[in-house]
Design a protein around this ligand. Structure first.
Ligand code: ATP
Length: 482
């Protein structure tokens, strides 16, 4: 058997893009299948040394711009397991369902709303026992695996993971792993508003794990059962909610563009009225052009006062906001208690990791002066896992390795994640860093001994320039923030 795999001009095995990304994630230590030595667990993933940095950097960028750099938004970090009454009041226990269908022919199980839609009573061809036959799609969709119309009834399947709190399993021991981070912001609304004396409009932000027992998990980390979210609830005057929805949809779109996402791959799509969630008055999706087509990255919804009203009713606790200036239409006097309305930008952190990887992935064929092609991750320096790799030109020269180690420590002292590497020829080390998305390499060589300068190599165009050792940290820091 030949080991020759078909390669393209850049020297990369010719595979669909998603397969290349999954292979790169494993090869470089971004993302591994969970419990791999036991055959792996469906839909569970572990973030390796580069993946954990990338995910944290994305989440930190969101936190910096959403919480730290604004006067009107504060953060919380709530418990994953909350009172089950929260999920009863929010509507999740009764209604957080997806329509589950089984294919009677190939036995695959799928979500009716995500299946290929062909139109009610359309005639479709599919294969059965080696023959092509024609069937009628009574429900307007077909099996995503085999295209058949031989389908079970739709059953409503609740996506929440159930478990028991305490050692004894009983009717009232049931608790749920949260399926979204949002509800903690609603149930803490008054705690946060009063302790921080916040005035409308203001927001509460949270990041963290959420869990959904998804019927179909797909596209690597795009849809998994355990994932991370970055959500913010922006409480505003009811009559200003349309304006704030407009504002937040633009802010969120620009956040991705500011982190280098190619504009041609990103769009805002308003929801049609028939696809709106039951709690939403209006909604936009930020969509990305993934290798399989346009799909959701983030939702920005006008949730009105739906959540606060439901929690107020179910808990029996008043959750109204007091505005001393607002004139009460009933009394004609200033001073009014009311429920604010809410705009919610809800983004997926793990889904963003995939999007940034896909968007940054690039291959270059060999060019003049460079005989090999290369794979390069053009990640924005702010989210790149490693900001600078410090490389002694030769490993055997102790002066060079000592100097390089001294430089890498200067980066660490300034909280810049830098990486020291002396293994293999310099070209291979550059290639490894290109695949890791490291925007800058600093090479210590013979000339460093003479004039205390090093080479600064840029990942994107491989340009090189000499800079002073003493300026290396400041230059990389400034370029990372550009
Ligand atoms: P979908 O329609 O794709 O199931 P959704 O509209 O139910 O998603 P939301 O409840 O709005 O998703 O969640 C907000 C964000 O959380 C999504 O835009 C997505 O980025 C992320 N997200 C939701 N479910 C998953 C999942 N199973 N795996 C990874 N990320 C997810």
């Amino acid at each position: 058997m030949s080991n020759d795999k078909k390669k393209n001009k850049s020297g990369v095995e010719d595979l669909p893009l998603m397969q290349k990304i999954v292979a790169l994630c494993k090869r470089r230590g971004f993302i591994f299948q969970s419990s791999e030595i036991y055959g792996g667990l469906r839909s569970a993933y572990d973030y390796g040394p580069l993946g954990v940095e990338l995910k944290r950097n994305i989440m930190n960028e969101w936190w910096r711009q959403t919480v730290h750099e604004r006067e009107d938004i504060v953060g919380i970090d709530a418990s994953i397991i909350m009172s089950p009454r929260v999920w009863e009041a929010s509507g999740h226990v009764a209604g957080f369902n997806d329509p589950l269908v089984d294919c009677k022919l190939c036995k695959s199980r799928f979500r009716a709303d995500k299946a290929p839609q062909v139109g009610i009573d359309a005639e479709v061809e599919y294969r059965k026992q080696g023959k092509t036959i024609v069937g009628v799609a009574e429900r307007g969709y077909v099996c995503p695996e085999c295209g058949s119309v031989e389908l079970s009834e739709e059953r409503q399947f609740n996506l929440m993971f159930k478990t028991d709190l305490g050692p004894v399993k009983s009717d009232d021991s049931t608790v749920y792993l949260r399926p979204e981070t949002a509800q903690a912001m609603f149930v803490n609304f008054l705690n946060v508003q009063q302790t921080y004396r916040l005035k409308l409009p203001f927001g509460i932000a949270q990041q963290g794990k959420s869990f959904r027992n998804e019927i179909t998990v797909e596209h690597f980390i795009f849809r998994s059962c355990e994932f991370e979210q970055m959500e913010m609830e922006y409480f505003c005057e009811p009559e200003e909610s349309d304006t704030w929805l407009d504002y937040w949809k633009d802010q969120r779109y620009q956040w991705y563009i500011g982190l280098g996402v190619r504009p041609e791959n990103l769009r805002l799509r308003p929801h049609d009225s028939d696809e709106l969630a039951h709690y939403a008055k209006a909604c936009y999706d930020v969509e990305y052009k993934y290798p399989w087509g346009w799909d959701e990255l983030e939702g920005i919804a006008n949730r009105t006062d739906y959540d606060l009203r439901n929690h107020q009713r179910a808990s029996g606790k008043k959750l109204t906001y007091f505005n001393p200036q607002k004139v009460n239409p009933e009394t004609g006097k200033p001073g009014m208690h009311y429920l604010p309305h809410v705009i919610e930008p809800a983004a997926g952190a793990t889904r963003s990791v995939l999007m940034f990887l896909v968007d940054a992935y690039d291959e270059e064929p060999p060019s003049e002066g460079r005989k090999d092609g290369r794979v390069v991750l053009r990640l924005h320096p702010r989210i790149a896992p490693i900001k600078a790799a410090v490389l002694p030109l030769v490993k055997k020269d102790e002066w060079l390795t000592g100097k390089a180690r001294d430089i890498v420590k200067r980066f660490w002292k300034n909280s810049v994640n830098a990486f020291y590497d002396e293994k293999d020829a310099i070209g291979r080390r550059y290639a490894r860093q290109d695949e890791a998305g490291t925007p800058f390499c600093i090479t210590v060589d013979g000339q460093t001994k003479e004039d205390d300068t090093v080479t600064l190599r840029y990942r994107d165009d491989m340009r090189q320039e000499r800079i002073k050792v003493d300026e290396a940290v400041a230059i990389v820091e400034a370029k990372t923030r550009e």
